[in-house]
Design a protein around this ligand. Structure first.
Ligand SMILES: Nc1ncnc2c1ncn2[C@@H]1O[C@H](COP(=O)(O)OP(=O)(O)OP(=O)(O)O)[C@@H](O)[C@H]1O
Length: 446
């Protein structure tokens, strides 16, 4: 139920209005002057204030300005004297929701009050949703107690409050985007947009248009003006994932944004200016890419002002049980299954795996297990083949004369020949890529 505070020193009029409004289902509180009003506001949550302009201890106009400053979510309707237009104008200037002429507009008060209440409820809902979103992307939700992850979180928390550019380094699926979101939501930009783009998902020209936008007619197919993501993210944060995949020509344009906040839309000649914080991420070794001429050194130095390494899952195995239990709970709830525990062997098998796809891979494995499991305890047979066997195989020592030993040697040779290119190695060995991965895992090949 929404609460309305009526402030008027004319007792009869105030009581009458209170009765009418409580019949509409509002909770009504009354005050005869400003002093009492402040006391009541301190005691309970008020949604809308209906206030006379002339009060015994001051002006309703000044009161409404002070109230709005302190409690911006409260809406105010002012009651002005008949024909006093300047008061009405001032009321709106003071951010009142609206004003009505006392005694004249009685039939207007109820619809106006409903509109004000609707606005209040909407504001409350938005605040609630913002809090939920902020919580979802907070550092608290980055699970793990290992030293490696705690160090990364501590660094990210420190840099979040600044406007510094951040470079996140880590293998695929380690949670770089999760970190970028947490940094944004812990920063002062948290009520402004967070925009993410995966640079490897677009061709050079498309990426340029996505990032900087274009004018209609600037190229075939550009039928309308298009806002770029930098413009969309103005005052907020842009997350450039897989920055190592960006074409060198585009890197120069990105450098300009980093240095001056300026960029030129495709098809325009004058630059546009934005204020955007940049968080970039890569799973490539950028210094190697610089040597190969694939990445600009000046851009690298600009981006790497503050570098955070996100650890691979295999380097923080102690976090696996916590993460696994967390994902299991989520998928159990999603599939409406009865709750079950993860068996010791199951957790052991997870810890023995090398997790090339990191948390993303772990999440997928748990989802599969939860779907397959129909026992009281989540057991090892719900795991994919390579995980079920990685625990035994890791301890297995091969006899020099065994067939397996020859297979191991041969695969290693082919991998050396393809310089680690697994797709090519699988082709030469005439086996599927999944089988190759399983063998690499099984024989602990590099
Ligand atoms: N610490 C964490 N706690 C819970 N879930 C996590 C955590 N880190 C990552 N995840 C989940 O793992 C998945 C992969 O995370 P994310 O997309 O952030 O990784 P990434 O490093 O950006 O991957 P890529 O390099 O492939 O883009 C997501 O589903 C994410 O929700």
């Amino acid at each position: 139920m929404n609460t309305i505070l009526l402030i008027d020193d004319e007792e009869k009029l105030r009581s009458l209005m209170a009765r009418i409004l409580s019949l509409e289902g509002f909770n009504i509180i009354q005050a005869e002057n400003i002093k009492t009003a402040w006391k009541k506001i301190a005691l309970q949550e008020i949604d809308v204030v209906v206030c006379d302009v002339k009060l015994p201890d001051g002006s309703g106009l000044n009161f409404s300005r002070a109230l709005k400053e302190k409690f911006p979510a409260i809406e105010i309707i002012l009651l002005t004297a008949y024909g006093n237009i300047p008061d009405g104008v001032q009321a709106i200037k003071n951010n009142a929701f609206d004003y009505i002429t006392k005694g004249d507009d009685n039939n207007k008060i109820i619809p106006l009050l409903y509109k004000a209440v609707e606005k209040v409820n909407l504001t409350k809902r938005i605040l609630q949703l913002e809090q939920q979103v902020g919580k979802k992307y907070s550092f608290e939700n980055i699970l793990g107690k290992s030293k490696a992850i705690l160090q990364s979180v501590a660094l990210a928390e420190k840099v979040a409050k600044t406007d510094a550019t951040v470079l996140l380094l880590g293998e695929t699926g380690t949670g770089k985007e999760v970190f970028a979101q947490a940094i944004h939501f812990a920063s002062d930009r948290n009520n402004k947009p967070f925009v993410a783009i995966n640079c490897s998902a677009f061709s050079k020209d498309l990426l340029e248009s996505e990032l900087f936008g274009h004018k209609a007619g600037s190229f075939t197919g550009a039928t309308k003006d298009k806002k770029g993501l930098f413009e969309e993210a103005n005052k907020g944060t842009i997350f450039l994932d897989e920055i190592g995949e960006m074409a060198v020509e585009l890197q120069a344009k990105l450098l300009r944004v980093l240095e001056s906040g300026e960029f030129i839309k495709i098809g325009e000649t004058t630059p546009s200016k934005v204020n955007v914080r940049i968080i970039a991420a890569t799973n490539r070794d950028l210094s190697k890419e610089i040597e190969l001429g694939n990445f600009r050194e000046d851009l690298y130095y600009r981006l790497s002002v503050f570098t955070i390494e996100i650890p691979a899952l295999r380097d923080r195995k102690q976090d696996i049980p916590e993460l696994a239990n967390y994902f299991a709970e989520i998928f159990i709830a999603k599939t409406n299954k009865r709750s079950f525990k993860l068996s010791k062997e199951y957790l052991q098998a997870l810890e023995n795996h090398s997790w090339k796809g990191n948390i993303r891979e772990l999440k997928n494995v748990i989802e599969r297990s939860v779907i397959l499991n129909d026992k009281e305890v989540l057991s090892i047979d719900s795991l994919p083949y390579e995980l079920q066997h990685s625990s035994n195989n890791s301890q297995k020592t091969l006899s020099a004369f065994s067939l397996n030993s020859a297979e191991k040697l041969h695969i290693q040779k082919v991998l050396n020949h393809t310089q680690g290119n697994k797709a090519e190695a699988a082709r030469l060995l005439e086996i599927g890529i999944a089988t190759l991965y399983r063998k690499i895992e099984e024989y602990k090949l590099q």
